[in-house]
Write a protein that binds this ligand. Sequence first.
Ligand code: 5GP
Length: 139
Amino acid sequence: MYDDNNIFAKIIRGEMPAFKVFEDERAVAFMDAMPQSEGHTLVVPKARARNFFDIEPAVLAELIQATQHVARGVQKAFSPGGMRIVQFNEAVAGQTVFHIHFHIIPCYAGAELRTHNRDWADKAVLAEHAERVRQALAK
Ligand code: 5GP
């Protein structure tokens, strides 16, 4: 059911790098490596859970709180006109990494979202975007 070798588990354990914007004892947030828009950020619980159905309700509640906190930082950092908060369950629904996470996807007037999970972003751009979110969260 849950595979400890999924990429987000490796990021949580520090075995793989990520451009982190937030971390506490329960969750970590980092830039999506194939962003659908500028500022696309992922919020991931440290608890082992595959999706919306096997996560403990109390852990899910904490994850939503962390997602709101990080989304406020993304809003301050990028000032999009709106934002999608999205979560997929199983491949048929679009899930590609099987450790539950929320997507924070800023939406900008006149700009279509890029395709999910397709083009890797430039690392320097992700680093700069992560810094903007970290600074916004620190205010
Ligand atoms: P899902 O399709 O499971 O809802 O979302 C997985 C997300 O993880 C996708 O948006 C994809 O771009 C992103 N992603 C895949 N591999 C990596 C990675 O190695 N690092 C980061 N930061 N994001 C990744």
